[in-house]
Ligand binder design. Structure first.
Ligand code: ADP
Length: 529
């Protein structure tokens, strides 16, 4: 688009037009002549003008009439028009001129400098207007491009998510079998020389599972697909559980592991306990991993109180290797470690802190780090949790005594994977429960219709009929047996949408694979009549 502004000069007397053209010869503009009102009107329909210089007195249609018609076209509503006239009754014409929408009024004989100055102002205004118009157009185009790019990126992210989810499922199935087999071997009183090998097997398989879960988790968080649940939980128990699970590791390394919880911390709060555990497990795990001697202390205290929420400050401090100042901002990025020798020496992927930081951020908190190289690190964060009306949680009160026999408990295991079938059955048989197997949802439904079970363990992804459909089918049948039969999902994933789906389809709970034998025991034992 050319930016050369056009000026329409309207005068019935050609010499006047020449004079004006001469005066404006130095401006970089295109001048178009019109010798009458009708000619001027027809030009305004064909061109876009920066300015019209309009003679007032012309035979036939005078300047005022011409302008009135020109103004009727909406595109010319704001077109600047300057009247030029030799009439001395200046005030009368000025008023009339301004009423018809002129921006100025110049009398003849024209004073050159004043005239050129005025015209220049309008020409410049037009130029600026055009530049703005171009800029707006350019931005609109950019916006369209950005939107396109965003859509493509979103589609790509979705494809990546889908791929990761499918792959991780495929990898997790055999990995579950490895972990469960290792657990079983452990239960079978191995010889001391076998013990080491089984421990290595367990350790490596656990690590691999953590890595797969981290990658999947990270990509879920990254694509904004994460939701937080709100359940009542006991904070002290959660913290204690974390301490217990790391105690073995800490003792083995000779590192003291201390837990300090303020007295002001309420017993029961509401929020996402699974995600809080995940955050703390990451931080405590790192603290122990990067500490060779001294102490790791985990602290929880109240730091703010509102009518419906309590704010907590959590701290995980260690006396470990510390993080150099210049590395501190990078370790929160994905796949980043403080030093290139970290993986070799300590293992890990550099995803833990990226996930932890995001999980805290998405819940309105911020992960902070204070660290001195060689002396230790303290990670801290504040998080708000809703207040709960409960003072304790019933379910958690079950005493975790030694496994009692489950003799008489009739369990149906619905699972298409042979190895998984075997592993679950082995544990159930060990606890003396009676076990029946169904290879898919369809067979399971037939079996449930023909036999009475106390509990069903239902895999979700199976050929023929999946676990969700099988459960809905059972729930849709007449009779309390079908409505009340406990159906526990066996799921490889603990994500919230899957958790929600599990309940929507009428299941009574879930066990995450690879299942922890203790968890399996406590989830099914209440159904022993
Ligand atoms: P990973 O532990 O898998 O390497 P993280 O994202 O959890 O990944 O941590 C990133 C890096 O931050 C670690 O590799 C380590 O260099 C550093 N780091 C994290 N926590 C600590 C800690 N408590 N003490 C020293 N360094 C730490």
């Amino acid at each position: 688009m050319t930016l050369k502004p056009k000026i329409l000069i309207v005068d019935d007397y050609i010499n006047n037009i020449y004079t004006v053209e001469k005066l404006l010869a130095d401006l970089d503009v295109e001048m178009i002549r019109a010798m009458s009102g009708p000619e001027a009107i027809s030009f305004t329909a064909q061109h876009e003008f920066a300015l019209i210089l309009m003679d007032v007195q012309m035979p036939g249609m005078d300047g005022f009439e011409t302008v009135e018609i020109i103004r009727k076209d909406p595109k010319n509503e704001l077109l600047p028009i300057i009247y030029i006239t030799a009439i001395y009754n200046e005030n009368y014409y000025r008023t009339k001129g301004i009423k018809s929408g002129a921006v100025d009024f110049i009398t003849k004989p024209i004073i050159a400098d004043l005239f050129i100055g005025k015209v220049t102002i309008f020409v410049n205004l037009y130029r600026q207007h055009k530049i703005l118009e171009l800029e707006i157009k350019r931005r609109a185009e950019i916006e369209v491009e950005l939107n396109k790019a965003k859509n493509i990126a979103e589609e790509a992210a979705q494809a990546k998510q889908q791929f990761l989810s499918t792959m991780s499922h495929e990898i997790r199935t055999p990995l579950n079998a490895i972990i469960n087999t290792a657990n079983l071997l452990m239960e079978e009183d191995p010889r001391p020389d076998q013990l080491d090998n089984i421990e290595i097997l367990q350790f490596s398989a656990d690590n691999l599972m953590r890595l797969i879960n981290d990658i999947l988790d990270f990509s879920k968080i990254d694509s904004g697909k994460i939701e937080f649940e709100s359940v009542d939980f006991e904070l002290r128990k959660l913290l204690n559980g974390i301490r217990q699970s790391f105690e073995y590791l800490a003792v083995k390394k000779g590192v003291e592991l201390a837990m300090e919880v303020d007295d002001a911390v309420p017993n029961v709060i509401r929020g996402d306990s699974v995600r809080l555990s995940q955050i703390l497990i990451n931080l405590v795990g790192n603290a122990i991993k990067f500490t060779e001697q001294g102490k790791v202390s985990v602290g929880g205290g109240v730091c703010g109180d509102a009518p419906d929420a309590t704010e907590f400050l959590f701290k995980v401090a260690d006396t470990g290797i510390g993080i150099p100042d210049d590395k501190q901002q990078y370790i929160f990025e994905s796949f980043t470690q403080a030093s290139s020798s970290t993986t070799r020496k300590y293992g890990g992927t550099g995803l833990g802190l990226a996930i932890t930081k995001k999980l805290i951020g998405l819940q309105g908190g911020e992960l902070e780090l204070k660290s001195k190289y060689g002396e230790g690190s303290t990670f801290s964060f504040r998080l708000k949790f809703s207040k709960s009306e409960k003072t304790h949680i019933e379910e958690e009160m079950i005493m975790r005594t030694a496994f009692r026999s489950l003799k008489g408990l009739r369990v149906l295991v619905v699972e298409d994977n042979l190895v998984n079938q075997k592993i679950v059955s082995k544990f159930l048989v060990k606890w003396e429960a009676s076990v029946d197997i169904a290879d898919n949802g369809k067979i399971a439904v037939d079996k449930i219709m023909g036999t009475t079970y106390d509990v069903v363990l239902m895999d979700l992804h199976m050929p023929e009929m999946n676990g969700y459909d099988a459960t809905s089918l059972v729930r849709s049948m007449e009779g309390t047996y079908f409505k009340d039969l406990p159906i526990i999902a066996l799921t490889a994933s603990a994500f919230l949408e899957d958790r929600d789906k599990i309940y929507t389809f009428g299941m009574s709970g879930y066990i995450i694979k690879p299942f922890n034998p203790t968890e399996l025991y406590w989830k099914i034992s209440p159904f022993l009549k």
